[in-house]
Design a protein around this ligand. Structure first.
Ligand code: A3P
Length: 309
């Protein structure tokens, strides 16, 4: 099956999710070639759910011994997507790179990102003890964040997609890596079945209590903070370094770009970072329609915070 796309003219249904043809190619490469290690960490998400933030936090947590001083931290000079490369958009994307990346020089623990649904991950991820941290976000906000992102970065490639049209496609599940509710459900089920393998986080929870969640991530990854570190303000430093206010103002994120071929400006990854911005865009009828779909698709399995907040 084929449908009109968002970032690309068409999206294709592959293993029950929607992708552009180049993404399907990359997913195939990934499934055939990626060999996970027991200490790998994978940051997984639906796009626009807080991936940039979670990647920065995870990078800062696992590398804190290498970079004890916040003044010369790699996160000051590199966007977190560069430090935590995504499988399908960088490592196994043979359009931009013409070859498969050599991963042998990566420092361990290796950190990767992905928007690929759980059921389409490379087999070795399931078979090893590597860990996955998943972040999801209220789907109203995720949808609006995506719509604005797509319209900002793509005007030269695709005409601006009117909100109503984007919304109708979204409600049919047609969006890259969608249907989003099935994406969330897949990781959520695995986090319940294997809590030591998959940590399921929510953007709104991180906004509400970042201190608690940074400790939770560190413990999940077997990098718990010592009492000494807590007293020395190590957690506070990580939180500050990765905060929206700090990251948004960094030179690399104000003026830098990422990608080869299709260049994306880093600044588009930092917009408002607010909870509930959807009220400024969605009509009551839209809210009702999407609420019904999500309720039906998730049937009470995922915390109801995903519906509205
Ligand atoms: P908004 O468009 O609602 O502002 P992703 O990183 O998955 O692409 O998600 C992008 C969303 O996360 C954007 O939401 C962006 O502003 C927000 N974001 C980026 N960096 C953040 C940070 N350090 N802390 C909190 N939110 C952040």
């Amino acid at each position: 099956p084929k449908e009109k796309g968002w970032l690309t003219p068409y999206l294709y249904l592959y293993q029950s999710f929607w992708y552009s043809p180049t993404e399907i190619q990359a997913i195939n490469n990934f499934q055939n070639h990626f060999q996970a290690k027991d200490n790998d960490v994978i940051i997984a998400s639906v796009p626009k759910s807080g991936t940039t933030w979670l990647k920065a936090l995870t990078y800062a947590i696992v590398n804190r011994q290498h970079f004890p001083s916040p003044e010369n931290h790699p996160l000051l000079n590199y966007n977190s997507h560069e430090l935590v490369p995504p499988f399908e958009l960088v490592i196994y994307d043979d359009i931009y790179h013409g070859k498969i990346h050599d991963l042998s020089n990566m420092t361990e623990p290796r950190l990767f990102g992905t928007h690929i649904p759980f059921t389409s991950l490379a087999k070795s991820i399931e078979e090893t003890n590597c860990k996955i941290i998943y972040i999801c976000r209220n789907l109203f906000d995720t949808f609006i964040s995506t719509w604005i992102f797509v319209n900002k970065i793509m005007p030269e490639i695709l005409p601006t997609l009117p909100l109503e049209e984007a919304f109708e496609r979204y409600c049919k599940g047609v969006i890259g890596y969608g249907p989003s509710w099935n994406h969330i459900l897949g990781y959520w089920k695995e986090s319940v079945a294997r809590p030591s393998k998959v940590l399921f986080l929510k953007y709104e929870d991180l906004k509400e209590d970042i201190n608690f969640n940074v400790k939770k991530i560190a413990e999940f990854l077997d990098f718990p903070f010592t009492k000494e570190e807590e007293n020395d303000g190590v957690i506070e430093n990580i939180i500050k370094l990765c905060s929206f206010e700090k990251m948004k103002e960094l030179k690399v994120n104000k003026y830098g770009t990422m990608g080869e071929g299709r260049i994306v400006e880093n600044r588009y990854f930092f917009r408002k970072a607010e909870i509930g911005d959807w009220v400024n865009y969605l009509s009551p009828a839209m809210v009702e329609k999407l609420s019904k779909i999500i309720e039906e698709k998730l049937s009470g399995s995922v915390p109801s915070r995903l519906l509205t907040s």
